[in-house]
Design a protein around this ligand. Structure first.
Ligand SMILES: NC(=O)c1ccc[n+]([C@@H]2O[C@H](COP(=O)([O-])OP(=O)(O)OC[C@H]3O[C@@H](n4cnc5c(N)ncnc54)[C@H](OP(=O)(O)O)[C@@H]3O)[C@@H](O)[C@H]2O)c1
Length: 289
């Protein structure tokens, strides 16, 4: 269990909070006294998670907001509501994510994995930045991205972000997770001189429902990996540490990528230049929202 001080008075926003490591981390933040906003796409699952967390933590400052991350319009609406309700946001956890068996283009014209795992979190973070910077005026504020070692085999193609060519479930997923770590790094560079710390992490190969989603490839991979998977508690440890610990390593995460609370190996192609170009391209794509 991560040692953290009381989070009383702090506002935590956690996306993908109805299950898996997002649920576990959100419950821990509530146990530590934070005001926690669960961001979920399904109202029923979100309400059940909220009730569970309130009961188990004894903290009633837990609320639910709905948004589908496959839609930038939906995420933009979510951001507006959050800004209205919370002028100060101490910690944003960009955790929602998944894999998709086939290439599905959204009504907004993006490949689903790309928008759900990367572009929506990017839009949300950009729109919430005034509230995050407000928190950073008085204390440390943090943005944490749930990435994955899946990024290691998935080089970026900035000319084909929506994977028009050669779609593959793992390729789309891995690239989106590469984007998470690149954006965390670039964001830290851009926030230099502020009191905001960004980071990304690999949770490990964790026994969550993510393996039952994303079609046959994800299911087969899940079955093969099952004996080697870790439980949700150790899978959430680095997440909770980066989002709430007062240890120097987490306070000075400096935009880096972590596994088991330590800086972890990143792909050679995860360069500063790729991060900067991805940022610019992503900004262009979210501009209408
Ligand atoms: N499990 C692992 O081994 C592993 C390894 C590396 C990285 N990760 C990352 O860890 C994060 C959490 O995954 P998990 O393993 O805890 O699995 P999970 O239990 O399936 O959690 C994923 C969460 O993201 C939400 N989500 C997915 N697509 C969404 C969308 N379009 N809009 C809104 N919410 C959406 C899910 O909501 P629904 O319940 O409605 O689908 C769920 O709450 C993900 O980013 C994943 O990529 C997991």
């Amino acid at each position: 269990m991560v040692e953290s001080e009381s989070l009383s008075g702090k506002v935590y926003v956690v996306t993908g909070a109805n299950s898996g490591i997002g649920f576990f981390a959100a419950r821990r933040f509530a146990e530590l006294g934070a005001t926690v906003v669960l961001v979920c796409r399904n109202e029923q699952k979100g309400s059940l998670a909220m009730q569970d967390i309130i009961e188990q933590s004894g903290n009633s400052n837990v609320s639910l907001c709905l948004a589908d991350f496959s839609s930038l319009a939906s995420v933009s609406k979510l951001a507006d509501k959050l800004l209205q309700d919370f002028p100060k946001i101490d910690v944003l956890c960009n955790n929602a994510g998944g894999a998709n068996a086939t290439r599905i283009e959204t009504v907004e014209g993006f490949e689903t994995t790309f928008v759900s795992n990367h572009l929506s979190g990017f839009l949300l973070t950009k729109k919430l930045m005034p509230a995050i910077l407000e928190a950073a005026k008085t204390d440390l504020a943090r943005v944490v991205f749930t990435s994955s070692d899946g990024h290691l085999n998935s080089a970026l193609d900035l000319d084909d972000l929506s994977l028009q060519k050669n779609y593959g479930t793992l390729k789309a997923y891995g690239r989106s997770k590469l984007m998470n770590l690149l954006i965390a790094r670039e964001m830290q560079t851009r926030l230099a001189g502020t009191n905001v710390v960004t980071s990304s992490f690999h949770p490990g190969v964790v026994r969550t429902s993510i393996w039952s989603k994303g079609g046959a490839v994800a299911r087969i991979l899940g079955m093969v990996m099952y004996p080697f998977m870790v439980n949700i508690e150790p899978g959430s440890d680095t997440f909770i540490w980066l989002a709430s610990s007062l240890e120097q390593g987490s306070i000075h995460a400096d935009g880096n990528y972590f596994f088991k609370r330590k800086r972890a190996k990143i792909a050679d192609f995860a360069t500063d230049e790729a991060a900067s170009r991805l940022w610019q391209k992503s900004e262009e794509l979210i501009a209408p929202y």
